[in-house]
Write a protein that binds this ligand. Structure first.
Ligand code: BGC
Length: 751
């Protein structure tokens, strides 16, 4: 318990677990307990000193606008995320912020989610690794993180009430691991519970989630804060494991909590524990030294991250990089060239310290003549004069850089998109400009996947920059002229059509319920399982150089342990320096349950000079081979394929290993089947001994063909079929109960 507990009154304790204002926790002046400032997050510090809101409406202090998670997720670079976290930490501390609300590690279940720009990936390993790095960087600067939104918050439609109906295996394998990794590896100050229900129970009141999984299994020692307004019953929330309700409810929640303790409906120990967790975290992150942030350096970092996060999707005939000194005029077309779209709308919306625009940056980077045309209106209205002007400018230039993307009102926190298309006004412009000048390079700004079917194969190059922060404009120029290469790889699949998305028939649900019917087959796991073509696969991205892979080695020192060491050598065989994201996928050959053919289990981004080579090493532990089964994480003996390569559909080398781990034991119970009894180490002989008394029926158990027919029949039913009631005075259920008791006592003897 925190030492202050003994001096606090019940009322004060009830107040401490409830916000003090919109952005602060409460303090207790007489005991020197300070109130802490919690604010957004996650791509810049949103410190509001006057009117507070969490919808991005009112102003906040200027702060560096870093690339959004949709971008930084594509960097595949934990080191870079750690640097971003550290820079955010310095700015947060300078603005008196104790807890910065981020990172968002929810999985991109559908490209339509309005908040995908705040999330890293469709893959849990990548999301967790990047989220943990961000938290490490931030917290090393003395500012606490709040990993959010825990859990299964994968859509904005009805987000404050909807019940995400998800089976446990899917939660464990897809929607929880990123949180688990952040919690276990980076010890975040707080975890923010989401608004939605999970299998009928609000996340804020979900004992299984907040206590059994988070505390008991993952050993989490920070505090759980509610999303803003996510608490519907403050007493039930505390009992389930929530610690701090935000924002302030005035005196309402404290009064309810105080009364619940007085009336014996809430344990005082539960309240004491919540207060302790909050105070301990605020002690741990008590304001240390404040440094004036080096905003120039942070801007430069935002620019570097934007470059490392941009994904070059196509580059026909190597049109990129452009020559900065020769080759004719360059037309820069599209409203986003001068009015960049660089961040998303909602609670993460901030005021940047400065804003680069691409027209100026391109002009500064080249001696070639630049001509500019707006091309389209951001409000989506058709404007023939703008289109005609753009076509004239395109025709007269030797190359066109066309800036397209989603406008602010197309995607946001608070609602989901309904389709994947770029605005019609932009597609019409793109058609006309490309007709006028096929040497058109499209640069995209959008927070989530857009359909590229109208551009793919028509544009000479497509550079996806996502929402790349305040330095996006200069980062674009850096890449266009080859000062640096785009370093990103897709953290989400770009499908050929929205209808191919695994969530499509269960999106966004109705009547307050959304079923996660696709189970674990999310993102590339689905496209690979269903063998669908995609526009661009997970992990895909081009650069300005090429890499060769060789010498894949997979070592299994002890096949009875689920562990392997993997090595592969990568060489830059091109003429420019560049980065490669070496990706390692694992697949089980004949899994006992439906599993994707391959899942990402390791990655490393390496930078190599021309001719340079490096050996990359990965360790695979038990979890890398496991699925979530009836008894928890389960590895079955068998063959596994380890593949390394450039993306999920371009695996350059693979090797198969055999693991002879002990077969998992499925506990027997009343409804266990014949097959389950026969594969149980003790139950098998008990069942065989029983059937041996019956003569001919026993023989069927030794015949592989008969076994296949009967193995899914519950043993109780099977006994009913084979035993004559006159000869067997006990009911089949009683017989099975006796056999279960026998198994239990025999298991006791053997352990
Ligand atoms: C969002 C959170 C945010 C909070 C505070 C909520 O509406 O879901 O992500 O941190 O507001 O602004």
């Amino acid at each position: 318990m925190h030492p202050a507990i003994k001096d606090l009154t019940l009322r004060e304790k009830a107040e401490l677990v409830s916000g003090g204002s919109f952005w602060t926790s409460r303090g207790v002046e007489r005991l020197g307990i300070r109130s802490a400032v919690l604010t957004d997050g996650p791509h810049g510090v949103r410190r509001q000193r006057a009117e507070a809101d969490h919808l991005g409406l009112n102003d906040s202090e200027p702060a560096t606008s870093f690339p959004t998670a949709a971008a930084s997720g594509s960097s595949w670079d934990p080191q870079l995320l750690e640097e971003m976290g550290a820079a955010l930490g310095v700015e947060a501390r300078a603005l008196d912020v104790d807890i910065l609300l981020g990172p968002g590690v929810n999985i991109k279940r559908s490209p339509l989610c309005g908040r995908n720009f705040e999330y890293f990936s469709e893959d849990p390993l990548l999301s967790g690794a990047l989220g943990a790095a961000w938290v490490r960087g931030l917290q090393a600067r003395g500012v606490g993180a709040s990993v959010k939104h825990f859990a299964a918050n994968n859509q904005e439609t009805d987000r404050m009430r909807v019940s995400a109906e998800v089976d446990e295996r899917t939660l464990r394998e897809i929607y929880l691991p990123a949180f688990e990794r952040v919690v276990r590896e980076a010890r975040p100050a707080t975890v923010m519970c989401s608004y939605n229900r999970i299998n009928g129970v609000y996340a804020s009141q979900n004992h299984w989630l907040l206590t059994e999984v988070l505390r008991d299994e993952w050993q989490y020692d920070g505090y759980v804060v509610s999303d803003w307004g996510a608490v519907t019953d403050p007493v039930a929330a505390l009992a389930a494991g929530l610690d701090l309700e935000m924002p302030s409810t005035g005196g309402t929640s404290p009064a309810l909590i105080e009364a619940a303790v007085q009336e014996g409906r809430l344990d005082l120990a539960t309240l004491d524990q919540a207060v302790t967790r909050i105070l301990e975290v605020h002690d741990r992150f008590s304001p240390g030294e404040r440094h004036a942030p080096d905003l120039d350096a942070h801007h430069a970092l935002a620019r570097r991250i934007a470059v490392e996060s941009s994904v070059l999707l196509t580059n026909t005939s190597g049109i990129l990089p452009l020559d900065p000194t020769g080759g004719g005029d360059i037309a820069v077309i599209g409203a986003f060239a001068e009015q960049p779209r660089y961040q998303g709308a909602g609670s993460s919306h901030i005021i940047p310290t400065r804003l680069d625009n691409a027209v100026e940056a391109i002009g500064a980077a080249t001696s070639r003549t630049i001509s500019v045309a707006q091309g389209f209106r951001l409000d989506g209205e058709q404007d023939q004069a703008l289109l005609d002007e753009a076509v004239r400018v395109a025709e007269a230039a030797s190359v066109v850089v066309l800036f397209l993307g989603l406008p602010d009102d197309a995607e946001s926190e608070g609602f989901d998109r309904e389709h994947l298309e770029l605005p019609d006004v932009q597609l019409r412009l793109a058609d006309a400009v490309i007709d006028a000048n096929p040497s058109t390079i499209v640069v995209l700004s959008n927070g989530a996947v857009v359909s590229l079917e109208r551009l793919r194969g028509r544009a000479a190059a497509i550079l996806e920059m996502w929402l790349a922060g305040q330095a996006a404009g200069s980062a674009a120029a850096d890449m266009l002229f080859g000062d640096v290469e785009p370093g990103g790889r897709l953290a989400e699949t770009i499908p050929l059509a929205l209808a191919h998305n695994p969530a499509h028939v269960n999106w966004p649900g109705s009547d307050g319920v959304v079923r996660y019917g696709e189970g674990t087959a999310v993102g590339y796991r689905w496209y690979d399982t269903t063998e669908r073509d995609v526009a661009f696969p997970f992990g895909f991205g081009l650069g300005y150089t090429t890499f060769a892979y060789s010498d894949l080695r997979v070592d299994v020192a002890d096949p009875t342990a689920a562990h392997a060491a993997v090595e592969v050598t990568v060489e830059n065989v091109g003429e420019r320096p560049g980065a490669e994201v070496v990706q390692m996928y694992v697949g089980e050959e004949r899994p006992a349950v439906l599993r994707a053919p391959r899942e990402l289990k390791g990655f490393e981004k390496i930078r190599l000079e021309p001719g340079e080579r490096r050996t990359v090493r990965f360790e695979l532990d038990e979890r890398a081979f496991a699925y979530w089964g009836a008894t928890g994480w389960t590895v079955t003996p068998g063959r596994f394929t380890i593949a390394v390569g450039r993306n999920s559909r371009d695996l350059v080398a693979e090797q198969t290993i055999r693991l002879d781990v002990a077969a998992p034991v499925v506990p027997l119970h009343r409804d266990a089947t014949v097959g389950e009894w026969l594969s149980h180490p003790v139950g098998s002989s008990v069942a065989r001994a029983f059937f041996a008394q019956l003569g001919p029926a026993a023989a069927a158990l030794e015949d592989p063909e008969s076994i296949r027919m009967v193995e899914s029949i519950p043993l109780t039913t099977m006994i009913g079929f084979t035993v004559d009631a006159k000869e067997q005075p006990s009911s089949p259920a009683e017989v099975v109960e006796r056999m279960l008791a026998e198994v239990q006592s025999a298991s006791g003897r053997t352990t």
